[in-house]
Every structure is written in structure tokens, then in C-alpha cells.
Design a protein around this ligand. Structure first.
Ligand code: ZN
Length: 504
């Protein structure tokens, strides 16, 4: 690829910005994996310096000049046009927040995180209420500055746009309404059926090193390249990709149940495959990254749920499972399958099953929306939260630790983030059905352990495009229609019916 001098200058400046991001992420990975506890303070300072440098470069007159100089060369619809669109979006978002506000937000976030941890431990919302109030005020202020950048001009959309570019309340509200209308009766129907799933096939004694070996074996089968990636222990599983040849996954495990580790690894490896499949020719450019958090989550959920919990995958995986866990050699696919599709209302989102998960997100979407519309205030949050759980899931949290204080997001000032989880669930089902339509009998492939055709399809339709297209555009061009909840709902209805005999 050849570039004019002006383009070369723009891309050179951008590459430096990207390198600073990669450096911060690597330090973040280290912080969660190998850094000794006492390294915290020093690490915080290094990260703050890098964040300052990143912001300065992103908002520098030099970058703006380089972008302006390229403007005439960008043909509409060209790669360069997409590069400029993504670069401008990030420059504008960074430039519109006054330095003083950015500084106050950073301070409020560290105070918020500390107060949240304290309050959650003490199960006392009051210990977090003041800090949360400050975070909400500063976020409202920031959203006001960013609102002119989104199509609707609405502050809440400006918050959503940070994590899912182009997403809006007007588009999300009907999706959540139909999920709520369909899933809530389904979950209640299962509870009323009185059917209980025997989870013992997934339980037993599973030593750490065997779970690691099994998880790695499955990730390799998926196509994760361990010469271009790692898998390490961490308190919370995540995936960090610095470039397609260096992608780090983390996992955690539980001795008496193999599911959290295996599905955690498949989830993170799904994210990792996306990172390893990003276009090398656009590395260190604005469109060389994943398109949105929703699309990212679609990749992890697709491997974790649609592949990892399918009968056909287990027909291949079970002998490998028996090899690693000889004590479980009597477990069969038929016995295991229901334990992979339990439906049970619970309080904690991160432990929720496929059917209830999106109801947890519905609660958060509605509460955040009301908060930023000024319909409720911070003091109303615990009651609003508990009421919504009772209405949607039929259960009421006993305390704030299993209620409104369970998630870390607000303490870090991340409002508008949660919908990306649900978008991931909807996108993955729609992509998977299209893959099945185009590739033929996926189940026959899974049974033979052939996961490569599916990965190849995802590489071709999603990974290799980076952020060349907007997320909605990519979904429509790949699946031939706009995003809808139908495919996901069909899937959940079918699995629930086969396990519980409940049809709603
Ligand atoms: Zn994820």
C-alpha cells in the first residue's frame, strides 16, 4: 500500500498514539496477573503519565493539521475515508472534554472505586452514595459536552456511543422491550414448572492443572494461536490484545465444577480470536482495531455458548474431557447437556445463565436511562434496582451487595456500557445462523472437531474488517438484515424447551 506524504504523516502520528495504548494495556495486564501487591502505587503513576501523553497526542494541533491535510485526498467510501472517520471521532471526543473536567473525573473514579469496594463489603449503599453522586454529576457534564457529536444530540446517546459507536437509546429501547416481554415469562415459566436439572455431571473434583490443559486443548481446537498469545491466571477473566501477534487471555477456576473455567476460557479465546484476526495491514491505524464492544462480545459469546454448549461440540469434546478427567468417565453428552443450559433467576449478573442474563442487562439499561433522564436520583437507585429485579426476574435482593452494588462499572464512571453485553448476545445468534446458512451442516463439522470452517467464516466476515465499517453496517452487510432479537430468542426458547419442556 502506498501513501501520500500527508497520509504517511497522519498514520505516523496515529501509530504513536496506538503504541501508548498498547503500553498501557500491557501494564494493565501485568497489574492483573503478575505484579506484586505493593507495586500498585507506582503502577498507578506510570499509567497516569501514559494516559496524559496519550491525551496530549490525541488532541495535539499536529494531529489535527495532519488530519486536515488528508481531508481532500479521502474519496468517500475509501479506506482512507474510514481511517479519517475513526480518527476524527476519537479526536473530537477527547478534545471536547475540558482538561479540568477530565482531571476531576479521573480523581472521582479513584475515589469512587475505593468507596464502592468499602460499601460493597459493608453492604451499605450510603458509603458510596456521595462518590457516586459526584461521578454521575461529572458524567452528566461530560455527556453534555459530547452530545453534539451524536446524531440525536442526546447526552445519554453520547455515553452509549463511547462503547458502541452509533448506538442510541431510540434503537436499543425496542430491543430491550422485546427481550423483556419474551424472556421474563420464559424464566418464570421454568420456575413454575418445578423441573430441576441434575447438575452433578458437571461437578466433581477437577484439579487446576488438568482444567488448564483441557481449556488450552479446546482453545487450540478453536484456532487460538498460542505462539501469538498466552493464558494466565487472574482474579477476573479478560482478554488484552496489543497486536494480532500478542494476545493475552486470563482465566480462573473452581475445583468442584469445571464449567466456570472451561466456558471462561472459551469466552476469552473467542475475544482472542477476534484480536488475532484483525487486519495486519491496518495495524497501528484507526481502523486496525475491533469495531465495537458489542461485536467483540458477540465473538466471545458465540464460542462460549453457541459452540461450547452445543450437543455436537460435546460429541467431539467428551472423549477429550474423559482423558483429562478420568473420574468423570461415566459422564455422557445426554447427561451433561441439561447442565449446560440451566435457567435459574439469580442475583449476580456475571454468574447468570443464557436466558436470564439479558434481563440483568434490561434492569441496568432502564435504571441508567432513568438516571440520566433525571427521572430518578442517586438516592433512589437501590429501590429502583430491587423493584426492577422483582418485576423482571421475580426475585428481590436481600442486600445491596447482591443488588445495586454488585458491578464495578459505575465506580469507574462507566455509564452506558452494559448494553454492549446484550448486543453481543443478539449479534452472535444472528451471525451464527448466517454462518450455518452459508457453511452448511455446522453440527457435522463440530462432531468431527472441525471448528476451522466457522473460524474462517468469522475471519472473513468480521475480523479482517477491523473498524472499516460501522458495527450496524457490518452486521447488515454480513447477515443481510438489521440487528434483531429474533435469532437469539429462538435459540433460548429451543434450548429451554429441550431441557425443561417449557414453551412460552
Ligand atoms: Zn467478554
Amino acid at each position: 500500500m502506498t501513501h501520500s506524504n500527508t497520509q504517511a504523516l497522519f498514520l505516523e502520528r496515529w501509530a504513536e498514539i496506538d503504541d501508548l495504548t498498547a503500553a498501557s494495556e500491557l501494564l494493565g495486564w501485568d497489574q492483573e496477573t503478575y505484579m506484586p501487591a505493593k507495586g500498585q502505587t507506582g503502577r498507578g503513576k506510570v499509567l497516569a503519565t501514559l494516559a496524559g501523553l496519550h491525551h496530549a497526542k490525541l488532541t495535539s494541533p499536529e494531529l489535527r493539521d495532519a488530519l486536515d491535510a488528508c481531508a481532500d485526498e479521502a474519496e468517500p467510501g475509501s479506506d482512507l475515508d474510514a481511517q479519517m472517520r475513526e480518527a476524527r471521532r476519537r479526536v473530537e471526543r477527547a478534545s471536547r472534554i475540558p482538561g479540568e473536567l477530565a482531571r476531576r473525573r479521573a480523581e472521582a473514579q479513584s475515589a469512587g472505586l475505593a468507596a464502592w469496594q468499602e460499601a460493597r463489603k459493608a453492604k451499605d449503599f450510603q458509603l458510596f452514595a456521595k462518590e457516586l453522586g459526584v461521578l454521575v454529576d461529572l458524567t452528566r457534564e461530560a455527556a453534555g459536552h459530547l452530545a453534539p457529536l451524536v446524531a440525536s444530540g442526546k447526552p445519554f446517546d453520547a455515553l452509549l456511543d463511547e462503547y458502541e459507536p452509533g448506538a442510541s437509546e431510540a434503537e436499543l429501547a425496542p430491543l430491550f422491550a422485546s427481550l423483556r416481554a419474551e424472556l421474563s415469562p420464559l424464566v418464570k415459566g421454568v420456575a413454575e414448572s418445578g423441573v430441576r436439572v441434575d447438575e452433578s455431571p458437571a461437578q466433581g473434583r477437577f484439579p487446576e492443572e488438568r482444567q488448564l490443559a483441557f481449556g488450552r486443548r479446546v482453545a487450540e481446537q478453536m484456532g487460538f494461536d498460542f505462539d501469538a498469545g498466552r493464558l494466565d491466571l487472574a482474579a477476573h477473566p479478560f482478554c488484552s490484545g496489543f497486536n494480532p501477534r500478542d494476545v493475552r487471555l486470563t482465566w480462573r477456576w473452581q475445583e468442584d465444577d469445571f464449567r466456570p473455567a472451561l466456558f471462561g476460557i472459551m469466552h476469552e479465546a473467542g475475544h482472542g480470536l477476534y484480536e488475532q484476526g484483525l487486519p495486519a495491514e491496518w495495524e497501528r491505524t484507526p481502523i486496525g482495531t475491533a469495531v465495537s464492544l458489542g461485536v467483540h462480545e458477540s465473538q466471545s459469546r458465540l464460542w462460549e455458548n453457541l459452540v461450547g454448549r452445543s450437543r455436537s461440540f460435546w460429541e467431539w469434546a467428551l472423549p477429550v474431557f474423559h482423558e483429562h478427567f478420568p473420574d468423570s468417565r461415566d459422564v455422557t453428552v445426554d447427561a451433561l447437556y441439561p447442565a449446560l443450559h440451566t435457567v435459574q433467576p439469580t442475583f449476580i449478573r456475571v454468574e447468570a445463565d443464557e436466558a436470564t442474563y439479558n434481563l440483568h442487562i434490561c434492569v441496568r439499561f432502564e435504571v441508567e436511562r432513568a438516571l440520566f433522564a433525571g427521572e430518578i436520583e442517586v438516592a433512589d437507585l437501590p429501590a429502583a434496582w430491587d423493584d426492577a429485579y422483582e418485576e423482571l426476574l421475580g426475585i428481590r435482593p436481600a442486600d445491596v451487595a447482591e443488588g445495586v452494588l454488585q458491578d464495578i462499572h459505575w465506580s469507574m464512571g462507566a455509564f452506558g456500557y452494559f448494553p454492549t453485553y446484550t448486543l453481543g448476545n443478539l449479534i452472535n445468534a444472528q451471525l451464527f445462523n448466517k454462518a450455518r446458512e452459508e457453511l452448511g451442516d455446522l453440527d457435522a463439522m463440530f462432531r468431527a472437531g472441525e471448528l476451522q470452517p466457522l473460524l474462517g467464516w468469522l475471519r472473513d466476515k468480521v475480523h479482517r474488517h477491523g473498524s472499516r465499517y460501522r458495527a450496524a453496517e457490518l452486521i447488515e452487510q454480513t447477515t443481510g438484515r438489521a440487528l434483531s432479537p429474533d435469532d437469539f430468542l429462538d435459540y433460548v426458547r429451543a434450548t429451554t424447551e429441550s431441557v425443561y419442556g417449557v414453551r412460552v
